[in-house]
Design a protein around this ligand. Structure first.
Ligand SMILES: O=C(O)CCC(=O)C(=O)O
Ligand SMILES: [Fe+2]
Length: 328
């Protein structure tokens, strides 16, 4: 996968030439690979490694009962909104398969404005997870800035001059942060004593996380050093390992970006097959449009695609809530 240094979009001092240079690389990366390594993001290594190690400790050092204290609840139970919190292995479904992983989902607070209270909840970090709450909040403050820089660069890459509509109108975008823990997949044929469908596809293959595209705008993956786990599908259908590079994010394109670009950039199909001995930890950050953003193919992209608009108009909130209700 290509390497993109985003630093010219994070400082006022960068020359227009340096930005144009990066934007040209970015355009090629998004069109041909749909994923890239992001360097020059400016988030200290201490911040990212602290968050990864807290996530690892959360998954490995808490009992199931302790984790269940922040388990996802049905919408409407207390002030729960049915999307935040912990899901044990087997709870999370991607594609047609149960994932072989445990997750904690953290959403921006502030309400979704849905009649049924979806996204109206608050984060619940029990006292003993205070350090985690602080680390997540501090990290989100920084990684959102990187997300903004990426979409600003994408706007330039698409010839729009501004950030692909994400920041239009000054409305603050939505976001989701996920802490993910991957135990190693069981050996082939090994009896795991549980629901045999778990992690097990129709084709007999096992996946830690089945092939999918992310539903939002762009995803910034902060992963530990585990190699041979995440795979990205190239446009010709072949799968390649997207192994982590020290201090770089792996960025993938989501469905919203495909709609905005009228398919000039297609959302990235990816999956996880983790057979290594170690417990893998990953913290994807999903950088999203504002909930009230109206998403339709952008005029410049319709022109560039040389095709009529392929996607209708949607409001991001409706798109997101439909995904949430279908458990993605
Ligand atoms: O664990 C990974 O590397 C990817 C996770 C992922 O694709 C997701 O949670 O959407
Ligand atoms: Fe994903």
């Amino acid at each position: 996968l290509p390497l993109i240094d985003i630093s010219p979009f994070l400082t006022w001092k960068a020359s227009p030439d340096s930005r144009a240079h990066i934007a040209a690389h970015l355009a090629a990366a998004c069109r041909t690979h749909g994923a890239f390594y992001l360097t020059g993001h400016g988030i200290p290594r201490a911040t990212t490694s602290h968050l990864l190690s807290l996530a690892r400790r959360f998954f490995l050092e808490n009992s199931p009962a302790e984790k269940a204290q922040i388990a996802r609840q049905a919408p409407g139970a207390g002030d729960e909104d049915g999307v935040r919190g912990y899901q044990a292995r087997g709870g999370d479904v991607v594609g047609r398969r149960r994932s072989w992983r445990e997750v904690v989902d953290v959403y921006r607070e502030g309400g979704g404005g849905a009649a049924d209270g979806l996204l109206e909840g608050r984060e619940r970090w029990p006292e003993r997870h205070e350090e985690m709450r602080e680390a997540v909040e501090g990290y989100v403050g920084r990684v959102r800035g990187v997300g903004r820089a990426v979409v600003r660069a994408m706007g330039v890459a698409l010839g729009l001059g501004v950030g692909v509509g994400v920041l239009e109108g000054g409305t603050e975008g939505a976001w989701v942060l996920r802490l993910v823990g991957y135990p190693s997949l069981p050996e082939e044929g090994e009896e795991n004593g549980e629901d045999e469908k778990e992690g097990d596809g129709d084709d007999g293959e096992q996946y830690s996380c089945d092939a999918h595209t992310d539903y939002g705008c762009v995803t910034l993956l902060l992963a530990d050093a585990t190699a041979a786990a995440l795979q990205v599908q190239l446009k010709d259908g072949t799968w390649i390992d997207a192994n982590p590079i020290d201090d770089a994010y792996i960025v993938t394109i989501g469905d919203i970006m495909e709609r905005w670009t009228n398919g000039v950039w297609q959302s990235t199909t990816h999956r996880v097959i983790h057979r290594g001995d170690t417990y893998r930890v990953n913290v994807p950050f999903f950088f999203e449009p504002a909930l009230d953003a109206v998403i339709r193919p952008l005029d410049a992209c319709i022109k560039a695609s040389g095709e009529p608009p392929k996607y209708g108009k949607i409001v991001y909130r409706d798109h997101l809530f439909a995904k949430m209700k279908g458990n993605f």
